[in-house]
Design a protein around this ligand. Structure first.
Ligand code: GLC
Length: 451
């Protein structure tokens, strides 16, 4: 009897969780989704751009929160904002040269300031010394370079008078008592703020032509004492609206719609190490990463990633079947600073020679073991396998474990120079002979045409 009840209970639990995982907002088939996502999975590499009033403080895009600033204290950044070097055509050229295929710009970050001309707020770029819609110029510039265009939009808003308190809000850091929340929430109405977001997202998705990606940020109600999530944002209705306005758009996973099979198009591991990317294999994902620690321009930050670290992020993302979106935080004058430009230049040098090992690529078929000190990527259409050589062998020998009989041709990708190979003495491995001098790339790539 007890066993029977336990079995029934188990069945109920399994059925319920299955049913909830299957909750759906729309009726797109897996094949249709694959097709909608195709340009994005093929692209593999994008540029994130975090730019706003915080770029002037130049000490983190969370400065308003970190320093518990009131709207009045933060106002100086609005009054001062004057990006006289803003030239998105230059941004677009740099992004394209670095091999990025799409970009995502913060149309509004947590601070609430809008780079676009919204009729629902005065807190926007056209009312600053910039005197114009900066999002429009960004869209035009990136599109002209043939890049896909995305919008980041913060669900949080530390400026809006109806946005209620939560544990990330700049005003509640010191006194987290209920009495203080009640005091600060007087007159605030999340329903009105929800409508404000719907209005603004409608503007963003109707006034700028086809928008390819929408990156909404973020939900943290699960586990947090006073976070916000799905219900606060009205996520179900919001996502339906987004899909109605832009049926082809690709949306990230931060609306908090975890019980819906189609509540997001991709997951967003943020600032994780390359090791932590391995478990994402098989999912649809994009890791977002900074050049240094923060997203907004941070003048005094010295933790800039090296060229090798950036390449490793890109290669490891692709070798686990995901995308990398790498962030630039332009300065308050509207330019990429020299450290970002240097990093992008190095990437463009490498990508020019090696991008075939990135675009349209994914992880290698299971039968191909990863040779020592390398990582593999693979293009399923062309059946080319790419070996990214992390440590160039001093003796010029690279052992390809159990590759015998599987290779038709081998060459360096950067110059298409032939590489000779022969069966190793064990009869199953292949020994590839590399030249003494390492090609002039931090991580050179061997291209194998497979049988
Ligand atoms: C976090 C931060 C935010 C940044 C985002 C990018 O959610 O709050 O500042 O924009 O990550 O992934």
């Amino acid at each position: 009897m007890v066993r029977k009840i336990a079995l029934i209970l188990l069945l109920v639990v399994v059925t319920c969780s299955f049913a909830s995982a299957q909750k759906r907002l729309g009726n797109e088939t897996a094949a249709q989704k694959k097709q909608r996502m195709e340009w994005w999975t093929d692209a593999r590499f994008g540029m994130f751009i975090h730019w706003g009033l915080y770029s002037q403080a130049a000490r983190h895009e969370w400065v308003k929160h970190n320093e518990h600033l009131t709207n009045a204290e933060y106002q100086k950044y609005f009054d001062q904002f004057n990006p006289d070097h803003f030239d998105p055509k230059k941004w677009a050229r740099e992004a394209k040269a670095a091999g990025m295929k799409y970009a995502v710009l913060t149309t509004k970050h947590h601070e609430g300031f809008c780079l676009f001309d919204s009729k629902y707020t005065d807190y926007k770029a056209p009312n600053t010394h910039a005197k114009r819609d900066l999002v429009k110029e960004y869209v035009d510039a990136f599109r002209a370079e043939g890049m896909k265009v995305g919008f980041y939009y913060s669900l949080l808003d530390w400026h809006h008078p109806d946005y209620t308190m939560d544990d990330a809000h700049p005003l509640v850091q010191v006194d987290t008592s209920k009495a203080n929340y009640d005091r600060l929430n007087k007159g605030r109405d999340m329903a009105k703020y929800r409508q404000y977001m719907r209005n603004q997202i409608t503007e963003l998705l109707t006034k700028y032509g086809k928008i390819d990606v929408l990156w909404l940020d973020w939900s943290w109600d699960k586990g947090a004492k006073k976070g916000k999530g799905e219900n606060d944002w009205g996520s179900v209705e919001l996502l339906k609206l987004v899909r109605k306005l832009q049926p082809g758009i690709i949306v990230n996973n931060r609306l908090g719609l975890t019980e819906y099979a189609d509540g997001a198009d991709f997951v967003t591991p943020e600032q994780v190490s390359t090791k932590e990317l391995e478990p994402y294999k098989g999912k649809v994902w994009e890791t977002c990463q900074t050049f240094s620690g923060s997203w907004g321009y941070y003048r005094d930050e010295n933790s800039w990633k090296t060229h090798r670290q950036l390449l490793d992020l890109l290669i490891t993302s692709v070798s686990n079947g995901g995308n990398l979106i790498l962030n630039v935080g332009p300065t308050a004058r509207g330019e990429f600073d020299y450290r970002a430009t240097n990093a992008l230049d190095s990437l463009s040098y490498w990508m020019h020679a090696n991008n075939k090992a990135i675009y349209n690529c994914t992880y290698a078929p299971a039968e191909f073991k990863t040779p020592d000190n390398t990582k593999l990527t693979y293009n399923p259409q062309t059946k080319r396998l790419y070996i990214h050589i992390y440590n160039y062998p001093a003796d010029g020998k690279l052992i390809l474990p159990a590759y015998h009989g599987k290779i038709k041709y081998a060459q360096f990708l950067n110059d298409y120079s032939e590489l000779k190979y022969a069966p190793a003495s064990n009869g199953t491995d292949v020994e590839l002979t590399l030249p003494k001098n390492k090609p002039h790339y931090e991580i050179p790539v061997v291209e194998l045409t497979l049988q």
